[in-house]
Design a protein around this ligand. Structure first.
Ligand code: ZN
Length: 335
């Protein structure tokens, strides 16, 4: 079931209350989306699918037009997530790492909804939750941008659930920065921000030496501080999880991380899977070979990649304690 902004917010609260995190897979293709849903179904785990500017503008989705890409991404995901096979799995569609001059235009569309017409029937496609890439913003620019997104929702009379981030690759975010960022938005737009991504000592990409700065006490301290500032229970989003050990991931979920972003390792598994498929089957890609068509078709390479990828996604879902939580969430009021 593809969640709306309010269902998504309840799901994050459920994760925080029950000491688990939800895997947020940056799914780079239609096939990756399918495999993430397969893993979620296998684990009975909620799932966040993230899409970033590079997919929205990329060849498989928007082909140069990010808003068209977002509509295509949501439509594809909605068909799958609301199909009988996957309806029991709560799925959140989150916009991640949107940056650059088109940011507000893309995110306004994600919040208000993108009108589409399918054989004469009109509908509106909305993201479940929204964040932007604040890595090049000052704190004041970050506050202004998040406040603007909250204002767009108010003006359009729609719900919004936002993630706010702070210099996620630059060490541990100082307490006064969090107080300023979250406090300033909360004052004007209470309840809009429901996920916070502070710097926790991790970084995007792989890390050979791990992240010695990462510590679940930092997570707990942030959760306490967010409660003090807003009066609400707000869970954390963890960026840069690919280089984190299983033990640290488990502790993070236990301590209050509710969303674990996962992208680098996902790309590596899929691209290496494709490489071995084409290497192993190079001789079949010859017109004289009886299997050349089944080898050449997209289904060939994607079916080869799928088992190892589904295994890895399932493994991460188990590490962050989300196994069985889709059914648990379905039993909560308002799910
Ligand atoms: Zn990130």
């Amino acid at each position: 079931m593809l969640c709306d902004p309010i269902q998504s917010r309840r799901l994050f609260e459920h994760a925080l209350d029950n000491n688990y995190a939800i895997l947020a897979a940056n799914a780079d293709s239609h096939a990756a989306v399918t495999d993430c849903l397969k893993a979620a179904k296998l684990c009975d785990a909620p799932l966040i699918i993230e899409t970033s500017l590079w997919q929205l503008e990329g060849h498989s989705y928007g082909a140069g037009d990010a808003i068209r890409g977002l509509a295509r991404y949501i439509a594809d995901l909605a068909v799958l997530a609301d199909s009988p096979e996957y309806r029991s799995i709560p799925v959140v569609l989150h916009t991640d790492h949107i940056k650059g001059p088109e940011t507000m235009e893309i995110l306004s569309a994600a919040i208000r909804g993108i009108p589409v017409t399918i054989t004469g029937n009109s509908t509106t496609l909305r993201a479940s939750t929204v964040s932007l890439d604040a890595s090049e913003f000052s704190d004041e620019e970050n506050i202004a941008a998040i406040s603007r997104l909250a204002a767009i929702a108010v003006e359009s009379n729609v719900d919004v659930t936002l993630e706010m981030e702070s210099a996620v690759d630059e060490g541990i975010t100082p307490e006064e920065v969090t107080r300023n960022l979250i406090g300033s938005v909360e004052e004007k737009y209470p309840n809009a921000v429901c996920l916070y991504a502070p710097g926790l000592g991790t970084r995007h990409g792989f890390s050979a030496e791990g992240y010695p700065e990462f510590n679940s006490e930092t997570v707990q301290r942030n959760i306490r501080m967010l409660k003090e500032i807003t009066g609400r229970d707000i869970g954390l989003a963890l960026h840069g999880s690919s280089g984190l050990s299983s033990g640290d991931l488990r502790d993070a979920a236990q301590a209050g991380v509710v969303k674990v972003n996962w992208s680098t390792e996902s790309l590596m598994i899929r691209s290496r899977g494709a490489m071995t498929f084409y290497e192993d089957n190079a001789a079949k890609l010859d017109r004289s070979h009886g299997d050349w068509k089944v080898t050449a078709m997209d289904n060939g390479v994607q079916s080869h990649i799928s088992p190892a990828y589904v295994d890895k996604v399932s493994e991460r879902m188990r590490i962050i304690n989300s196994e069985g939580k889709a059914s648990d969430f379905a039993q909560t009021p308002g799910a």
